[in-house]
Unconditional design. Structure first.
Lengths: 134, 439
């Protein structure tokens, strides 16, 4: 008899927290990630864009960022190339200049790690970011 | 408070504790939504961790909180809740794995951000904890080793998971939330201090001394304990304690045993223990004068919980007689007048623990004593075989649905007896047994 009630309470707990989780997901303003693939500007050298994409993947940027809905949707990069110029992109990648204060200490620490990238890699990454246009 | 009200209250407190982190998520300012599946997965992670966190409290053996249910059922619940919590955590991972694998990044711990690795480690540790608990016996893990490993691995798993949550920090950045999560973590630490340090310390302050180790029939031994420097222990007949022998209470080498002595005698406790496992086989070597420590009493398997019952029926198998003997001895000491029935199953006539004393108890109690033997002697005129519906139908008292039933014995026996009683129209709410041997 008591085992019966145990199963009820355990199942009830599971259902309750799942419902709460669903509610949470529901009330969070549903924002559909930009589905449209980023348009690559013709002016950018395709080889460099590809190299930048490789750096992006190798460094695991998708752990914190999403492009076209792939990766962590918390911080999407779609259209970033329309909003930031090369210098600003470089600052955002490395947490240098005024950007350092804008980033949380945690994010700044992670980004400072990318100062170990070579100039070529960094250049390619910036170009790849520039290629992400609205 | 009445037991039912108290039980409902504690269930509500449990649900509130488990739901609290999610309610905080819902109430407080959170980062903007990141898509349904992403947010659902994150919330499931918090839900799973909230349940896992409360797992520590479930097995901290708080007497007030466990009293309305019986501590055995709390452990039973602990087991179920762990599985549900693990499924939630697994869903948290799998949703991202399927919906957005890129966000998980590399598996290689050298390249992966440490909070992601911490999450993976936590998941792995939780899996190990669950597998070693559900299948301890097939895996041949020693009980004492398992207990220590269980506590250590579970603590490490929770710490890794807390690292995962705090390291990613999306939901825990706001200062007031930091305070809240820190408080939650602190509560876990306090629980561990309570269970691992305070309780053993309290046990050490109330030691017991072995007065006698007496052989009984059927490879069983009765261990008698005297209090040292304190008044003893009050218990309800049928309850049990965790007994520590030849070890410090800090070592967590304790084993649960039912009292077999009368609850009217609080200054001398008796436990009747059959040689079944590694620990119980050492009972015969225990010498008078050795020190013992007790944690208890626990359990709701007691006639004292049913003062209005018109009669009591006891169904015992082998050493399962121990808690029932405590209830019978207590009944005799209190001058109990209500009709009692004992159906007592054993293999052989010579194995029957307390055979002589039960005969004597018939003179002091209105006791119908029914022996059931699996291998009866040639001249045996009593019941033989196993306990089944027909056998019980022959011996249950009149007004069987107003009686309370107490069963203790091997699981196949209690299962069969439970089915038989149900078939005979006995409400299952009146059938009581301890759940033990869970791991």
């Amino acid at each position: 008899m008591r085992e019966f009630w145990v199963r009820i309470v355990a199942a009830l707990t599971g259902v309750l927290v799942t419902l709460l989780a669903l509610t949470f997901a529901w009330v969070q303003t549903p924002r559909s990630p930009t589905e449209a693939a980023a348009v690559e500007a013709a002016a950018l050298p395709a080889a460099l864009v590809e190299a930048g994409r490789a750096v992006y993947e190798a460094e695991g940027c998708a752990g914190c960022h999403a492009i076209a809905g792939e990766g962590n949707p918390r911080l999407p990069l779609d259209g970033i190339g329309s909003r930031r110029d090369a210098a600003a992109l470089r600052d955002w990648i490395l947490a240098t200049g005024a950007v350092e204060a804008d980033l949380g200490t945690r994010a700044a620490r992670v980004k400072q790690g990318y100062r170990a990238l070579s100039n070529d890699e960094l250049e390619a990454l910036v170009v790849y970011m520039q290629s992400l246009r609205d | 408070m009445r037991p039912l009200a108290s039980a409902v209250l504690w269930v509500l407190i449990y649900l509130l504790l488990v739901a609290a982190p999610l309610l905080v998520l819902l109430l407080g300012p959170v980062p903007p939504g990141a898509g349904f599946w992403w947010d659902f997965s994150m919330a499931l992670g918090f839900a799973g961790m909230a349940m896992m966190g409360v797992q520590f409290a479930l097995t901290a053996r708080f007497r007030h909180a466990t009293a309305p249910f019986g501590i055995d059922i709390i452990y039973f619940f602990h087991r179920y809740a762990a599985i549900i919590a693990f499924v939630l955590l697994l869903a948290h991972f799998l949703i991202i794995r399927i919906d957005n694998p890129q966000a998980l990044g590399t598996l290689n711990p050298l390249d992966a951000p440490w909070p992601m690795s911490a999450g993976r480690v936590a998941m792995l540790l939780f899996a190990v904890v669950i597998v070693t608990s559900l299948w301890r016996k097939p895996l041949r893990i020693d009980y004492d080793h398992w207990r220590i490993g269980h506590a250590v691995l579970a603590t490490l798993a929770v710490l890794a998971a807390v690292g995962h949550i705090a390291g990613i920090g999306y939901y825990t950045e706001a200062p007031w939330k930091r305070v809240l999560w820190s408080t939650y973590t602190l509560l876990w630490v306090l629980l561990i201090v309570h269970v691992r340090l305070y309780k053993p310390w309290a046990m050490r302050r109330r030691p017991w001394r072995v007065a006698e180790v007496r052989p009984e029939r059927g490879n069983a031994w009765t261990l008698t304990l005297d209090p040292v420097g304190h008044a003893g222990l009050r218990f309800a007949p049928g309850q049990f304690v965790w007994l520590t022998l030849r070890a410090s209470p800090y070592q967590v080498k304790e084993h649960p045993f039912s009292f077999s002595s009368s609850a009217e005698d609080t200054a001398q406790l008796k436990f009747t223990i059959k040689e079944l496992g590694d620990f119980t086989r050492t009972i015969r070597t225990v010498q008078p004068g050795e020190t013992a420590y007790l944690d208890g009493p626990y359990g709701v398997f007691s006639t004292d919980r049913h003062p209005r019952a018109r009669s009591f029926v006891f169904i015992a198998g082998g050493v399962g007689i121990a808690p029932i003997m405590s209830m019978l001895r207590t009944a005799a000491d209190r001058g109990e007048r209500r009709p009692l029935t004992l159906v007592y199953a054993n293999k052989r006539w010579d194995d029957i623990i307390f055979r002589e004393e039960l005969e004597q108890l018939r003179e002091r109690l209105d006791l119908d004593l029914v022996h059931v033997l699996e291998e009866p002697p040639p001249d045996w005129g009593g019941e033989r075989g196993h306990i089944d519906e027909a056998l019980l139908a022959r011996h249950l008292p009149a007004g069987r649905d107003a009686s309370e039933y107490f069963m203790c014995g091997p699981r196949p026996m209690t299962d069969a007896a439970q089915h038989a009683l149900h078939a005979l129209g006995v409400p299952l709410a009146r059938v009581h047994f301890e759940l033990f041997d869970m791991v």
